[in-house]
Design a protein around this ligand. Structure first.
Ligand code: ZN
Ligand code: ZN
Length: 327
């Protein structure tokens, strides 16, 4: 079973996205790139080199529903004349009537983000939305954990790896322990656990970082020899990356705990201290990161949180300070 990576340009800060073509029956595309002419052209060129016609594609599988990964899904499906589209049920980014502005707004207010900042973030995300088409509920099928995608000469096991988003999935070829991991595993950057409403109870936050750590540990049980990520080069040494991510997460947690004043602070205030100079695009990501680390520290009983005046205020626990870190 040949896995052919195709790199597509994106209009986003992160740079090109990797999509993966499985060039055997049923011919399958894992992720599609954003809805831009440039990405569509590059996809056609990649398929041409692999001697596959777009009309040969029978199945479109999404690692997650961020615009850079799912944007062209509808267009590819239509060009392929009715390929099946598969995505995990906890993913919402591709849906018509996806978990929307109100749920996110509630979470941002609770994190202490001022109203004018929320308005700026909303405008920015409205801009990002143009890079993806939405799907009606009956237009896609579900990826289910532990099930297998079958091909002529092998299978890919579906592994639900929440964290970056609630419905992120990875795909494992057990015969040679190759993994396609979307944005769960990236060689050069620690993926962002994005602030998300819980897909089952949208009034709650999804425990993205705690879930992410479990997902990484779960991928580790497959002892991957090669991991294809959503951006950048493949990872050959998963063990090194696993340990590096864990260290980075612990160091960041220590920093977050150190930054907490005795009088308490909101996630937004911590985010502004961690990343004093951030442009618009990164303010949402920085508050996501602060919330993720504060939530994890709280669930590990290292800090306290109190809800008052419409927002959450975090405080250091007596005697517990950031353990480590240099700066
Ligand atoms: Zn993503
Ligand atoms: Zn991505």
């Amino acid at each position: 079973m040949r896995i052919i990576p195709i790199s597509l340009p994106t209009p986003f800060y992160i740079g090109p996205v990797n999509v993966y073509l499985i060039a055997e029956d049923p011919i399958t595309l894992i992720d599609t790139g954003p809805k831009t002419k440039e990405a569509n052209d590059a996809l056609h060129e990649g398929l041409r080199k692999a001697r596959i016609r777009i009309s040969d594609i029978r199945r479109i599988v999404l690692t997650h529903a961020h615009e850079d990964h799912c944007g062209l899904a509808r267009s590819v499906r239509d060009q392929a004349k009715d390929a099946e589209v598969l995505v995990h049920a906890w993913e919402t980014g591709h849906r018509i009537g996806r978990l929307e502005y109100e749920e996110h707004r509630t979470l941002l207010v609770r994190a202490g983000v001022p109203p004018e900042e929320i308005e700026t973030m909303r405008k920015m995300y409205d801009g990002v939305r143009q890079y993806a088409d939405s799907f009606e509920r009956d237009e896609y099928g579900e990826l289910r954990d532990e099930e297998e995608l079958e091909f002529e000469t092998g299978t890919l096991r579906i592994v639900h790896t929440p964290g970056h988003t609630p419905g992120s999935c990875s795909f494992v070829r057990e015969s040679d322990r190759t993994v396609i991991a979307g944005d769960c595993v990236l060689k050069r950057i620690t993926p962002n656990p994005i602030l998300s409403p819980d897909p089952i109870d949208p009034t709650k936050r999804f425990a993205s970082l705690a879930e992410y750590l479990v997902s990484l540990a779960r991928l580790r049980t497959f002892a991957p020899t090669l991991v294809h990520g959503g951006h950048g080069e493949p990872v050959h040494d998963f063990e090194e990356l696993f340990n590096r991510y864990f260290r980075a997460i612990r160091d960041r947690q220590a920093e977050v705990i150190r930054l907490l004043p005795k009088s308490g602070a909101s996630a937004w205030e911590i985010a502004r201290q961690m990343f004093p100079v951030t442009d618009d695009v990164h303010r949402f990501l920085s508050v996501s990161e602060a919330v993720a680390h504060l939530d994890l520290a709280h669930s590990e009983r290292k800090i306290e949180v109190e809800f008052g005046d419409g927002k959450e205020v975090y405080r250091p626990k007596n005697g517990v300070r950031g353990e480590k870190g240099n700066g």
